[in-house]
Write a protein that binds this ligand. Sequence first.
Ligand code: X8Z
Ligand code: ZN
Length: 673
Amino acid sequence: MKYRHALLALAVLAVLPLASCKRTPTPEAPAPVSATGVPIDLKKETADQFVARVNAEYKAMYPELTAAQWLSSTYINDDSQLLSSKSNERFLAQLKSWIGQSKRFDGQKLSPETARAIMLLKLGTSLPPPNDPAKLTELTKIATKMEGMYGSGAYCKTEGDAKSCRQLGELEDVLRDPAASYEDQLDAWQGWHTIAQPMRKDYERFAALVNEGARDMGFADTGEMWRSGYDMSPAELSAETDRLWGQVKPLYEQLHCYARTKLEAKYPGKGSVNGLLPAHLMGNMWQQDWANRWDILQPYSDAEAGSLDVTGALERQYQADYSAKLFAKNSLADTDERVELERDAQVDIAKKMTERAQDFYTSLGMQKLPESYWQKTMFIKPRDRDVVCHASAWDMNTEGDVRTKMCIKPNEEDFTTIYHELGHVYYYLAYNKLPLIFQAGAHDGFHEAIGDTIVLAMTPNYLQSIGLVGEQQQSNEALINSQMRMALAKVAFLPFGLMIDRWRWGVFDGSIPPANYNKAWWDLKAKYQGVAPVTPRGEEFFDPGAKYHVPGNTPYTRYFLSHVLQFQFYKALCDAAGYKGPLNECSFYGNKEAGARFQAMLSKGASQPWQKTMKELTGGEKMDASAVLEYFAPLQTWLVQQNEGKTCGWQAPATTAAAAPAAKPAATPPKQG
Ligand code: X8Z
Ligand code: ZN
């Protein structure tokens, strides 16, 4: 999950919640009382006392908030949504009240910790609440509703025939199936995107309401507020993302060129659209990870390079367990019993995958997950109700009740996602001892990068050591295959990580008006990813709503930054482990020195500017993609050879440039420094 601040931690939503007093105090008329009901004399309270009180009040209301959100994410219905949006509303009203109360310290000389806490408080939600109580109510309702629509979304091929309905997981299975036809993949892709059409009006209203909230809080718009959480000005953050993208773009263009050649060979006459990659053929609903197209993108055959088929190994483990369960029943199980056994086997493999991920963290010297984690986590998709399957990690009470929520299947993508989610969980556990306002990532990209740093250390040798792949060869073919495996997940992601918020920043600053929502989306996909739909996607569609983080209102720049940071962290931990070889072959599994360095970073949370935290781990103070380029140097050389003689690159539609200016001057002064 994700949260910006633990403050809201829960990932969830950005709709963060919280609750406590029944009133909705306004900034102008705060009438705070202590947790025991004693009125607080704001005139006498010092800034340090104020921050201590907010931390205490926040901690007291926090478990109710997270409980309501957990409920509405793992049991979608009208009742849970009502509780969730109400608790969110109370939290946001309380947050507003605290922010109003903090204004009396403006311009005063404060200790650095207190000044930072107040600054973080002002950025404590990605859902800025409007002052008008009726609009706040409306906003939290829409936010909860959109997330619920996404979670319960289903595409029914034959209208009125419930049996023909499929949810995201089943539609994704079609996209990742190498044996599925071009038409079936197109149908699955288009089908999923129908679930977002009804969100368009809601999103338009949502954008207007959060923008009003952002302006009420002194920001030009919601995008500017989101860009303010990086210990630099919003304009500097925009420019940073441009700079980092410029560093990695040549590598992405080579990968794009290679993938296009392979697609054109596999689908003669329809493997590309004017040089762009067809959206439904990339093995992923959003073209953010191309690893599922290993069938056509694998550089060298298994015979030449050895196998890296993690999915095959996990599926075999699952099947063996299921067969053993059936066998134990003497094969006499009726249909219902078989379904039960199947589900038992699904939970077993999901837990085994999670234990394996935990083992990596404990090998670094980190603690085992608490028993409650195993009891309260949602491991697989329930049969009897709708849930938000999108993976998330939760800190329920800041005192050890940590959980993850996923619909785990035995495949490589989910296996690595578990390592990702446990990165969030270990961050929570490490910073739980800090005051609540500091319980967040150094910035949100750090939070996203922790688990992925571990994923980079899941080298072929590591996978072999845990029995998921066979004997590894030491050959150039094996190296290129292993680099390609990582690049299809990490390099393919980079432009996607950037374009989502280019779209939202444009929506929030008005440069993308509602009448252009879908066009601007595809213009940006063309410009950054070089991806296109094969059929027209006019304004009757709302394709952004088919990606979780849009209806879920989770800012996305964090993932772009994470995909740069994780290589910096990985390199630093390899150095800490004393590793000397080529970067891409390093695994620090089992290395306690690397673990201690990592843990030291996690335990700092958001208590100091991220630049300082980064310096303590890596020695540098800037985000920088040179570790990405160092890591992929062998692959980049190989790709350039493969693409020799080809005309690489693509022409995005001419209007693209108009969308979402990246480095636009801030309309308000920097909020932090
Ligand atoms: O949303 C996630 C995580 C939860 S924070 C599963 N990720 C992004 C996505 O799925 O779009 C991880 C990588 C990018
Ligand atoms: Zn995450």
